[in-house]
Design a protein around this ligand. Sequence first.
Ligand code: SF4
Length: 652
Amino acid sequence: MIQIITAENAGFCFGVERAIEIAEKTAERCGEIYTLGELIHNETAVSRLREKGIVPVNDVSECVGKTLVLRSHGVPRATEQEARRVCAEVVDATCPFVRKIHRIAGELPKEAKLIVMGDREHPEVVGIMGHAQCIAFACRAFGEVEALFTSGEITPDDNAVMVFQTTFDRGKYSEITEKVRTEFPRVKIYDTVCNATVKRQQSAVELAKRAALMIVVGGRSSSNTRKLFEICGRYCKTVFAADASELPVQIIKDLRSDSIIGITAGASTPVDTIKEVHEKMNKEIIKNNENEEDFASLLEQDDQSFNRLYAGKRVKATVVSVSKKEAVVEVSAKQTGYITLEELTNDPNAQVEDIVKPGDEIEAVVIKVDDSVGTAALSKKRVDADRNLEKLMALKESGEIVEGNVAQAVKGGVIVIYENTRVFIPASQSGVPHGGKLEDLKGKPVKFKIIEATNERGGRVVGSIRQATRERREAERAKFWETIEVGQKFEGEVRSIENYGVFVDIGPIDGLVHTADLTWNRVSNPKDIVNIGDKLTVVVKSFDPEKKRVSLSAKNPDENPWTKFLEEYSKGDVIKATVVSITEFGAFAQIIPGVDGLIHISQISTERVTDIKSVLKIGQEVEVKIIDIDEEKNRVSLSIRALMESGESSEE
Ligand code: SF4
């Protein structure tokens, strides 16, 4: 019986799946939205997206004032700038792996030479070239690179850099880079071939080597689908099919009964289309079988062969029951499997029932089959890890901050579980000070950045809490300087006390409350009225974003003694005041707490005064006349002499 096998990693890649999700969410939020070019190279999928209000356009001018989503291929810098200028909103769904190449191209100096290996007409290559400020060349093969050097367009001494279209054939990549390293050793090569593409191509090759026929499902305009077709064609007969309706079904008549038909699909092929192709081919095989009468039993046989389990096979399973140690699953009507807690999750603190419950449909990989009892041991965590690795690699590129729970402290760091993947955070990146206890982080949610994600050594993912914290603080600081205003109020905490004032923590930065701004009353030393850790309500008096300085005041405007003074006192009033300080030019006397008036040396007596201290003493209560009030400068002038001359008194 002819067997049909679908290759691992066939269909949507991470970047396409992400772009579709972003577009669908944007359409839900905004109604009709536009994409610059088709979001995916697949007619069926594009028309389904149209029904959801996601409409492809060819030029930015077609969506002026509208919402535009940039698809996973990315666009040239100028196109993005134009879109941001004329569209109401631009949502960037460029795949983070493509963004990384934009960064490499964009950071090259003007005198550098960029070589982009790929299809020069492909939007991704056009986008990459459009991010370079230097001269950029697109080449398909080594011969074209060689021609650039022989024609003198690039000289051996030039600062030449080579990047690859993400969907470039991995085999050709190795051939080309080997030759470039030998012939033009000064060319700096960046491996930008996407892992999803590599995996898809590898599993297609593995299958094509065993198969008599390969069916490549996907749009002919999709470059990665065309590459799959080319690669598979090196090993066996290969045909293209955009969907099930295009299948050349008569071809199976030429196949032997023990043949394998392999199916693979490009990054833009929806899973439903792959399934439809599989099912149609399956039915054709059965129809062509000579034993038409036993049609039903063949169907059943086929079902069994299709579902035959072997180590490494990925299967869909339904959870039947859960216990403390494992989950029992049904793989097909006749096959039972079990997944131990250790193979369900990487989280040592999790319980089976935290992860799955009866009735859940999950994806797992077969680890071992025991034919004698008809059961199979499966692993869910290996499928999760495989799927997540791509996502984590993209997170590393995008620099996004994510959140996970610290599962355990290990030698040299802690393990955080993020979407069922173990992320190692080295002690130096944990944010715990040297000598601090990493154990204290156990069980806590933490925000971190992925700083390494590789499938080497069985998949290694490293994170940094420190970098995430630093970035968050920098972002908070930037926002603080953008939004700060004079008069803005903060609840702060006293961090340090100096003779001239106190530093108050108001979130992203510490501001200074000068001693004179601590209270309306006269204070000689801030330590007399505040302690470290005290909570203070402060308002911004002034700020300098260049010098990163903020001046604060802790004086409550509602308690402003000047308001009270102006309400109760007027020029000409005769009052009692207490001398609080003596200077060379006069004495200050407190009228009410927070308001002192100056008795100028010339206003102390009708007699000439040369030594104020021989006439007035600190703490002495004196009768004075208010001779002037400067409301703008908050100054009051007092006089004893005026009373001596007029004979007035506050007692009158
Ligand atoms: Fe998909 Fe890779 Fe291209 Fe991103 S770079 S869109 S993950 S193929």
